[in-house]
Design a binder for this molecule. Structure first.
Ligand code: SAM
Ligand code: SF4
Length: 343
């Protein structure tokens, strides 16, 4: 009996529980705010990026990740910007990958796919088993229009090499009104045919962009209703630890996810926090409160002291975001671009 109580106590001190009783076991880390694309919903065309001196070194990122793992983080997703354009990124992936099985359960990344043909084999060797690849259209001209700088062919070659290397790929597409709206069905069929899960994301009002977000916003309730006219969508219990809710498309046999921060708020089950490449820990994607973990590192904090700073931040995790895309002239809900916080 006493043993059980001690075990429970130890479990609690080695885990992060927020004020609403949610266990925080998932860390998303933005490795860089830079990217080789300029997607219209994510970045302005002439983005100003952070000075390199403001960005955490790979060693600092590893130290912070290690503290999180000590505090019960089971899943780490590397993102950005484009994580695979960060110089020497494989060094970090190798060292984080070596922690899988010792607290960490999964290391994964979200990528635009442009560098996958270079890196897929090593990603697999270092322990990565799943990647999310963002592809909003299979039309090369439209792809260029959406990403401004991207090359669809290169991404598709990257995707093939990821599959060949043994990485399970999930395709993420942001639903854009009047842009890829009519292509989503054929994309689902393509992805399922290739053996990939497919997830549709609602645009979130983050950062100033060139376009008007009210023009881009397409509620997924509408997408879902349209898909139901063609497919049988069966609710699924499948979970990846992220915010997507899944259905099975009976006609294709594949999985389809919906990430709906606006039409269906997913905050009540939030298990995530986000670390930016400058060391700011955001406890919520859609709120401004943060903790400066880089400062803690610069003050020489390591081990328990660093873990205490993380605990203090988690004690401020808010209940949820207040995203709303309603009034045309209203600015973004948060000033940070998605590429800064990490999607
Ligand atoms: N560059 C990588 C990529 O594109 O996959 C990783 C970073 S990107 C910020 C992560 C995900 O966020 C992508 O799937 C992207 O489509 C999505 N995203 C970016 N800005 C968004 C926004 N304002 N609303 C919704 N999703 C967004
Ligand atoms: Fe780059 Fe990803 Fe943002 Fe597109 S969505 S600009 S690929 S960070």
């Amino acid at each position: 009996m006493l043993d059980k109580t001690v075990e429970k106590f130890n479990n609690n001190i080695n885990s992060l529980i927020d004020p609403f009783g949610r266990a925080i076991s998932y860390l998303r880390v933005s490795l860089t705010d830079r990217c080789d694309f300029r997607c219209v919903y994510c970045m302005a065309e002439n983005m100003t990026f952070l000075p390199k001196a403001d960005v955490l070194s790979l060693e600092e990122i590893e130290t912070l990740c290690t503290s999180f793992i000590n505090l019960g983080t089971k899943k780490i997703r590397l993102t950005g910007g484009e994580p695979l354009v960060r110089k020497n990124v494989l060094t970090l992936i190798k060292s984080l990958g070596s922690k899988i099985g010792s607290g960490l359960e999964e290391l994964t990344l979200t990528t635009n796919g442009s560098q996958l043909s270079r890196f897929s084999d090593q990603l697999y060797d270092y322990g990565v088993r799943r990647v999310n690849v963002s592809i909003d259209t299979l039309n090369p001209e439209l792809f260029k229009k959406i990403t401004r700088w991207g090359d669809l062919e290169k991404v598709l070659v990257g995707l093939k090499s990821a599959k060949k290397a043994g990485l399970k790929c999930k395709i993420n597409a942001v639903a854009l009104k009047g842009v890829n709206e009519n292509e989503l069905q054929s994309m689902i069929e393509w992805a399922h045919n290739e053996g990939h899960d497919f997830t549709i994301i609602e645009t979130m009002p983050m950062g100033e962009i060139t376009e008007d977000r009210t023009d881009q916003y397409l509620p997924l309730s509408m997408v879902r209703a349209k898909l139901r006219q063609k497919y049988t969508l069966t609710e699924s219990e499948y979970k990846t630890g992220g915010p997507a809710r899944y259905v099975k498309v009976e006609e294709t046999g594949g999985r389809l996810g919906f990430i709906t921060p606006l039409t269906h708020n997913f905050c009540e089950s939030c298990n995530r926090v986000r670390l930016t490449c400058t060391g700011m820990l955001y406890m919520c994607l859609g709120q401004d409160d943060s903790a400066n973990l880089r400062k803690e590192l610069q003050m020489g904090k390591t081990g328990i002291e660093l873990e205490d700073a993380i605990r203090e931040a988690i004690s401020r995790k808010p209940k949820g975001h207040d995203f709303e895309i309603s009034r045309r002239a209203s600015g973004p809900a948060v000033k940070r671009h998605m590429s800064v916080t990490g999607g």
